[in-house]
Design a protein around this ligand. Structure first.
Ligand code: FBP
Ligand code: MG
Ligand code: MG
Length: 331
C-alpha cells in the first residue's frame, strides 16, 4: 500500500495550526487524536504565555521574584507565571498524566492518570532576557508513558532517553511569536497572528543548512572551555564567521536552524557538566535538530543517545548545522 506521510499530506503555507494537525493526523487512521489534542494544548499555553510576556511590564509581573528554583537559579516572576500557565493548560487538556518542569524539583501529577503522555518543559527559557525585551522561549518534549495507564506516572516515564521522544518543539517569543515542532516527520514552523489568535503555517518542512557561518557561544567563559572548543572558536575566527549570541537558547538555536550555524554551551571549570538541562533543553532541541537534518553532540556522542539518570541533569551541548557540529568535535 502506498502510505502517505504526514509531510506529504501537509497543507500549504497559510493554513492554521489546527488544520495542519488535523490533516497530519489523517495519515494515521488508527491514531486516537490524543497527541493532536496535546499539541493544541501546548499551542494554547503558548498563546497565553505570549500574552503575559507582552503585558508583563504593565501588570507587575516583570522582574525578579525573589525566589530560587530547584537548581539554585533566581526565578523571574514570568518564570513562575509561565510555569503555572503551562501546567494549567496541560491539566485542563487531559492528555498528560505528569509534567516535569525546570521550575519544580519533582514531577507534577496532573490528576489525569488515564493520560497517555508525559511532558518535560522549560516554561520560559532565556532568563537574563526576560525583562529587556529580547527573545525568550518555551521548550517542550513529549513521551508516551511507559507505566500502566491509570497508575500514577513515575520517574521511568521521564527517563526514557532522547530517542524515545515522540514529539518536541519550542515557542519563540521574538519579533514575532513562533511555534516550531516535530512529531518525527519533518519540522514545521507556525507564526502567531495576533489579530486572528491563530498560529499559521509559515515555515514548512524546515531543513537545517549543512553548513553556515554563524557560531554562538558565551565567549566570556572562554578561558575555562576545553581545548577542542577553544580550537573551534579560533577556527571560526580564522574563517571570519559571525559571532551571534543572544543568551536565549531558543532564539540562538532558531536563528542557526534557519540560517546555518552552531550553538555551543561547553563544560566549564565551574560547571563541568555544562549548564543546559538534558531533559527539557538539550533533548527537545536535539530532536528538532536531527529531524531537520542537523546534529547535536555533547562532545562525545549524540545527545539523543545519552542515558539519563535524573530529572534536572545537565549536559554540554554543541548543536546546529551537521557539518559544523562535526567540526567542533574533531578540532
Ligand atoms: O548566560 P549564559 O551562561 O551564557 O547562559 C545562557 C543560557 O542559559 C539559559 O538562559 C538557560 O535557560 P533558563 O533561562 O531557562 O534557565 C539559556 O537559554 C541560554 O542559552
Ligand atoms: Mg532554559
Ligand atoms: Mg527556564
Amino acid at each position: 500500500m502506498n502510505v502517505r506521510t504526514a509531510q506529504e499530506l501537509a497543507l500549504p503555507v497559510g493554513v492554521t495550526l489546527d488544520r495542519f494537525i488535523m490533516h497530519s493526523q489523517s495519515a494515521f487512521p488508527y491514531a486516537t487524536g490524543e497527541l493532536s489534542q496535546l499539541l493544541r494544548d501546548i499551542a494554547l499555553a503558548g498563546k497565553i504565555i505570549n500574552r503575559e510576556i507582552n503585558r508583563a511590564g504593565l501588570v507587575d509581573i516583570a522582574g525578579a521574584n525573589g525566589t530560587e528554583n530547584v537548581q539554585g537559579e533566581n526565578q523571574q516572576k514570568l518564570d513562575i507565571v509561565a510555569n503555572i500557565r503551562f501546567i494549567r493548560a496541560l491539566k485542563n487538556g487531559g492528555e498528560v498524566c505528569a509534567i516535569l518542569s525546570e521550575e519544580d524539583e519533582d514531577i507534577i501529577h496532573t490528576g489525569n492518570n488515564h493520560g497517555k503522555y508525559v511532558v518535560a518543559m522549560d516554561p520560559l527559557d532565556g532568563s537574563s532576557n526576560i525583562d529587556v525585551n529580547v527573545s525568550i522561549g518555551t521548550i517542550f518534549s513529549i513521551y508516551r508513558r511507559v507505566t500502566l495507564i491509570s497508575e500514577p506516572a513515575s520517574m521511568a516515564d521521564f527517563l526514557q532517553g532522547g530517542r524515545k521522544q515522540i514529539a518536541a518543539g519550542y515557542i519563540l517569543y521574538g519579533s514575532s511569536t513562533m511555534l516550531v515542532y516535530s512529531t518525527g516527520d519533518g519540522v514545521n514552523g507556525f507564526t502567531y497572528d495576533h489579530s486572528l489568535g491563530e498560529f499559521i503555517l509559515s515555515h514548512k518542512n524546515i531543513c537545517s543548512p549543512a553548513h553556515g557561518n554563524i557560531y554562538s557561544v558565551n565567549e566570556g567563559h572562554y578561558n575555562s572551555y576545553p581545548p577542542f572548543v577553544k580550537n573551534y572558536i579560533s577556527h571560526c575566527k580564522s574563517k571570519s564567521y559571525s559571532g551571534r549570541y543572544i543568551g536565549s537558547l531558543v532564539g540562538d538555536f532558531h536563528r542557526n536552524l534557519l540560517k546555518g550555524g552552531v550553538y555551543l554551551y561547553p563544560s566549564t571549570k565551574t560547571d563541568p557538566k555544562g549548564k543546559l538541562r538534558l531533559l527539557y533543553e538539550c533533548y527537545p532541541l536535539a530532536f528538532i535538530a536531527e529531524k531537520s537534518g542537523g546534529k547535536a553532540s555533547d562532545g562525545f556522542g549524540n545527545i539523543l543517545d545519552i542515558i539519563p539518570d535524573s530529572f534536572h541533569q545537565r549536559s554540554p551541548i554543541y548543536i546546529g548545522s551537521a557539518e559544523m557540529v562535526k567540526d567542533v568535535i574533531k578540532l
